[in-house]
Design a protein around this ligand. Sequence first.
Ligand code: SF4
Ligand code: SF4
Length: 67
Amino acid sequence: MEAVRTLSWDRSRCDFCGTCVGVCPADAIIVDVSDWVVDGERCTGCGDCIAVCPYRALSFGEQDGAD
Ligand code: SF4
Ligand code: SF4
């Protein structure tokens, strides 16, 4: 199984601005007024959403495909 970079979201930092949704080339992110969800099946791990988040609410967690 190939290594997977898992996207982590920090609720305490997120302002629900939706900027990450706009840049995601895979349409993998859904944001509403109180929640943020990424579709792991769609996410390619490109990191674009992390780069644009003005509040640094997104990051890659460490996961090496252990399961
Ligand atoms: S860009 Fe950052 S602050 Fe804005 S909705 Fe996405 S995760 Fe939240
Ligand atoms: S890492 Fe890339 S594909 Fe995954 S949610 Fe962020 S912008 Fe979309």
